[in-house]
Design a protein around this ligand. Sequence first.
Ligand code: 3HC
Length: 313
Amino acid sequence: METLELTQEEQFQARIDEDIRIEPKDWMPEAYRKTLIRQISQHAHSELVGMLPEGNWITRAPSLKRKSILLAKVQDEAGHGLYLYSAAETLGASRDQMLADLHSGKAKYSSIFNYPTLSWADMGTIGWLVDGAAILNQVPLCRTSYGPYARAMVRVCKEESFHQRQGFEIMQTLCEGATEQKAMAQEALNRWWWPTLMMFGPADADSPNTEQSMKWRIKRFTNDELRQKFVDMMVPQAEFLGLTVPDDKLQWNEAKQGYDFGDVDWAEFWDVVKGNGPCSRERLQARVDAWDQGAWVREAALAHAEKRKQRAA
Ligand code: 3HC
């Protein structure tokens, strides 16, 4: 009888194929570990930088209720960043190094946060569209193959659902309000629609990481599959609000039971990813300033920990 000896790598893939979660102490291929550190740290950075466009409106929210909701949402994003940095640390990444890479401009973060927030309607549009896109991308990550990442995503997704609903509710209020308010909502949709489609990443044919990440079940859907789902979900919501999606090529395709839509401007996408977005420099500078201004907190925490250690000794 022939004996089947599986290599370590084959055993690893077999576990993935059976949907058995990979945990920090398990053996894993170096490339799997590196891919996860890359994706999770980029995701964490996106959450931190993602606080800035909305943080810009906390002092200008139109009512106390809106202000407290926005404040809570921005604080949630900070929390998401922290869960994600912790998940990346379980793979051996150092938090100081991840943050140094963000501050030096070496690390990537989501392109969407490099666009300006020009009106209150942007708070509605970000919640509705950007958090809507984030949910579509992140609900499948609750089933990603790496345990700590999957578990972190469960709470993140619950909070993202609240973010999306509050955004939709802002849009609905504006669309049911004065003509000027509805125009404000339409103008914000016009600016955010295409950058939101870019959030899902390059087209599958130009995505170097998708094939392997699908095989390892880090990703459960490709970038194009999620982009299609997003368009199919959002167009009826825009119609419900009485808003027009800014795409002349948008058309229902009966055969595929989904919408056909226009081409994303990939030149703009790559330019933003390379750090040339309308607010890229400002965003990075704000994170560097926050880090520098927080030095005294880190020093005080370290001094306190040292004192406790000495007392215990
Ligand atoms: N912005 C910036 N960079 C992007 C990008 C985007 N929208 N989409 C892709 N890229 C980068 C990739 O990181 C990759 O860079 P690298 O290989 O140099 O590290 C390169 O472009 C090629 O893209 P791939 O499709 O090959 O990369 P992935 O397989 O990693 O797919 C992804 C990209 C779909 C974003 C995937 O990494 C992912 O699902 N990440 C987790 C979710 C996430 O990070 N979301 C960001 C938004 S978070 C958010 O929205 C917060 C909320 O509160 C609003």
